[in-house]
Ligand binder design. Structure first.
Ligand SMILES: *[C@@H]1O[C@H](CO)[C@@H](O)[C@H](O)[C@H]1NC(C)=O
Ligand SMILES: *[C@@H]1O[C@H](CO)[C@@H](O)[C@H](O)[C@H]1NC(C)=O
Ligand SMILES: *[C@@H]1O[C@H](CO)[C@@H](O)[C@H](O)[C@H]1NC(C)=O
Ligand SMILES: *[C@@H]1O[C@H](CO)[C@@H](O)[C@H](O)[C@H]1NC(C)=O
Ligand SMILES: *[C@@H]1O[C@H](CO)[C@@H](O)[C@H](O)[C@H]1NC(C)=O
Length: 276
């Protein structure tokens, strides 16, 4: 029933030529997320339609992109650095709890995320870029993959550039992986992809709360903070500073009451990489 809500929203879009009805396997996603994802795909369809009337392929010019700012802004990138890459991160924030102290707050215990190349999207289509975190968080990765392939077959010949954006995290190309090498070292490995952006062991430099209206997570939890990280010795590719912005979900409950010793909370975020 919820899936049919999504399908009707997709098919009433005036820009969709003779849509096939894709089969969506959308499990437990709340109805609200189906509305959001259909808005997302409708916006993509509009861009595809518009792009047919433009002779030039949109450029992916990172020099003109403006990083989103929280109400209490993080310190800006250091003088002389330029934006090298923007990735959509989709994964989990991990936490631990001591079962003997249920009133204590959970302790952050790293994160694991896949990084998807969002450089072109945020530079050419900032309005789509702004929707990526929330749309990707509402579905688990396996669901997103099936949604992407269904919608891809329903869209009339999207230009290859936009095809890559069909579904956040499954139509988009992987640019790397994010994990922790120890409790205080978030690490970004972005050398395996075709872009060879570099590797960045980092340390936290600054933190600011996500905007009040930031997308909540799968369990209704708040969005994790926005961060500024600085690379530690050993970074490659000239990478120097990394920002986590546009977060969605990922926070722990206030206390450990009823929580297991180790647990994960699904999150999404954008990572902005600056270098020289
Ligand atoms: C995502 O996966 C988790 C764990 O496998 C599950 O508990 C949750 O309900 C799933 N969420 C959605 C939106 O399908
Ligand atoms: C992937 O990332 C690189 C480096 O930021 C960028 O030059 C390229 O345009 C990106 N490609 C897409 C499709 O976003
Ligand atoms: C954190 O989450 C990842 C991804 O599911 C998992 O592989 C890893 O074991 C977790 N780490 C801890 C310490 O629980
Ligand atoms: C974590 O790793 C970083 C980078 O290798 C290192 O500088 C730091 O001392 C380590 N911290 C701990 C507590 O081991
Ligand atoms: C953050 O970076 C600035 C500039 O490099 C530095 O002066 C400051 O001490 C750093 N703060 C922390 C908490 O690391």
């Amino acid at each position: 029933m919820r899936a049919s809500l999504f399908l009707s929203a997709l098919s009433v879009s005036s820009v969709m030529a003779a849509p096939l009805l894709p089969e969506i396997n959308a499990h437990s996603a709340p109805a609200d997320s189906l509305k959001k994802i259909s808005e997302y795909f409708n916006l993509l369809a509009v861009k595809i339609q518009q792009s047919k009337f433009e002779s030039a392929v949109p450029t992916c010019d990172l020099s003109k992109v403006v990083m989103p700012q929280a109400p209490s802004p993080l310190p800006p990138p250091s003088f002389g650095l330029s934006l090298r890459h923007v990735a959509l991160g989709r994964g989990t924030q991990n936490y631990t709890c001591d079962p003997s102290t249920p009133t204590a707050a959970p302790v952050a215990n790293g994160a694991v995320a896949s990084l998807f190349n969002a450089s072109c999207i945020v530079s050419a289509y900032p309005d789509i870029g702004a929707m990526l975190s929330t749309v990707s968080l509402d579905f688990n990765l396996s669901d997103l993959a099936s949604i992407a392939s269904s919608v891809a077959s329903a869209l009339p010949f999207p230009p290859s550039f936009l095809k890559q954006t069909l579904a956040p995290t499954s139509g988009m190309a992987v640019s790397g992986a994010h994990y922790f090498t120890n409790a205080s070292t978030p690490f970004f490995n972005m050398d395996a992809s075709q872009w060879k952006i570099g590797e960045a062991p980092c340390a936290k430099n600054n933190s600011t709360p996500a905007p009040e209206a930031a997308p909540r997570g799968q369990q209704g939890e708040k969005a994790v903070a926005w961060l500024k990280l600085i690379t530690r010795p050993g970074a490659t590719g000239g990478l120097q500073e990394v920002y986590r912005v546009e977060t969605a979900g990922g926070s722990a409950p206030e206390t450990c009451e009823g929580m297991p010793e180790h647990f994960e909370v699904q999150y999404a975020a954008q990572y902005w990489f600056y270098g020289n």
